[in-house]
Design a binder for this molecule. Structure first.
Ligand code: HEM
Length: 400
């Protein structure tokens, strides 16, 4: 009997944002699967919700930025000093504690008004454009860039510069592809941060770069670690939120009844944002986050040898019917149950509260401000940014 070929990742979404039928079929077959990764390597893909949580909270697994020596991950940022996903255990706790105050509920609350005001201003800028206008240029891109600039203490005017570098850093460059552009961009981004951090000696203020400079002065981090932490924030804090705004809008266009429901009852915005995150998270051909077991482990009865590649399929876990009722239905009034869009365990997204704030600022009022908001082209003509890990679109032209 000939052996079946292994299912191959990525499993591209359909209609830009919808889960692929291949992924749904495989997920229905069980919580863990042997697959082939885009790099050609074989490994496992965890698609069950509880099984994913178990892996993400198990110290037997090293995080995405600590791959076995035989394996080069697809992003240069992984493995870089100070990038949180390239540290584990006490060292990770030490570094994460340095940036945590910037994301505390106090700082995020302080930012809430600022985020609302930025969103409102961007809505007015968009309204002043000739139609059709590119919503990416006027809203989904600048909102996260302005917020992360304020949090870091860098000038928003620098955003075009750091966003270009962040794009290059986040570009898929599997082992077969050239990685030098991505590496150069990461070095350039770090040089930019080094310079901005030094400026904070003269002009400190209440921001993350100043916190990090103090940490270096108090010998709580090396300068390289502090720079890596800050550069990582620019990358992580920007791209995923841009894509999430665009995917969320496209979801609302695809589900007009849910959109009407939100307009009729704006108090649903919190739940609507959670449902967007659950069902339409960022990522184009992005099937999850990598973990590497240090010892032999067993997941859902499957034996996995040490140093294997285990991809935790965060997007797939949203369709686990053991956790979510009727998971394939987009329901903005859904009973709230935790999802894994921001991951889980020690490496769960530190910027989750901030991202939620930005998404609420958009989805809480955009359809009131632009009641007839719609795409200016057929959705299939939108160009998905397939090269970028987080996805999103080249342009998002709208009419209103
Ligand atoms: C919708 C927007 C966002 C999504 C869906 C998202 C998703 C994620 C996910 C899935 C991880 C886990 C990565 C892993 O374990 O390998 C993560 C980690 C991280 N995210 Fe986010 N993120 C978003 C926005 C943000 C923002 C706004 C920031 C910062 C301003 C941020 C900063 C980070 C950092 C620093 C980590 C690494 C945490 C650690 O390893 O301790 N993210 N994010």
């Amino acid at each position: 009997m000939s052996e079946q070929p292994l299912p191959t990742l990525p499993m591209w979404r359909v209609d830009h944002i919808e889960p692929s039928p291949e992924m749904l079929a495989l997920r229905a077959n069980g919580p863990i699967h042997r697959v082939r990764f885009p790099s050609g390597h074989e490994g496992w893909w965890v698609t069950g919700y509880e099984e994913a949580k178990a892996v993400l909270s198990d110290a037997a697994f090293r995080p995405a930025g600590m791959p076995p020596t035989t394996f080069t991950p697809d992003s240069v940022i992984l493995g870089s000093p100070g990038w949180l996903v390239s540290h584990e255990g006490d060292e990770h706790v030490r570094l994460r504690t340095l940036v945590a105050p910037a994301f505390s509920s106090r700082r995020v609350k302080l930012l809430a008004q600022h985020v609302e005001a930025v969103a409102a201003q961007l809505f007015e800028n968009l309204a002043a454009q000739r139609q059709p206008a590119d919503l990416r240029r006027h809203l989904s891109f600048p909102l996260p860039a302005m917020v992360i600039s304020a949090l870091m203490g860098v000038l928003y005017e620098d955003h075009a510069f750091f966003a270009r570098l962040s794009d290059e850093v986040m570009t898929h460059q599997h082992e077969s592809g050239p990685r030098s552009t991505s590496r150069l961009a990461w070095d350039e981004l770090r040089a930019y941060i080094r310079c901005k951090m030094r400026d904070k000696r003269q002009d400190p203020g209440d921001n993350l770069l100043t916190d990090l400079l103090a940490a270096v002065d108090h010998r709580e981090a090396t300068e390289e670690e502090a720079i890596g932490l800050a550069a990582g924030m620019l990358v992580a804090g920007h791209e995923s939120t841009v894509a999430q705004i665009e995917f969320g809008l496209l979801a609302m266009f695809r589900h007009p009844q849910q959109r009407e429901r939100l307009v009729g009852d704006p108090s649903l915005v919190d739940k609507a944002v959670e449902e967007i995150l659950r069902m339409y998270p960022p990522g184009a051909g992005w099937d999850g986050i990598m973990r590497y077991p240090k010892t032999d482990v067993t997941i859902a009865g499957v034996h996995i040898p040490a140093e294997s590649k285990v991809l935790v399929g965060l997007p797939a876990t949203s369709f686990d019917p053991r956790h979510f009722d009727e998971p394939e239905i987009f329901d903005i009034g859904r009973e709230e149950k935790p999802h894994l869009a921001f991951s889980y365990g020690p490496h769960s997204c530190i910027g989750g509260a901030l991202a939620r704030l930005e998404l609420k600022a958009v989805f809480g009022s955009i359809f009131q401000r632009f009641p007839a908001l719609r795409l200016a082209m057929a959705p299939e003509e939108l160009k998905l940014r397939k090269e970028i890990i987080t996805g999103g679109f080249e342009e998002f032209p709208v009419l209103w």
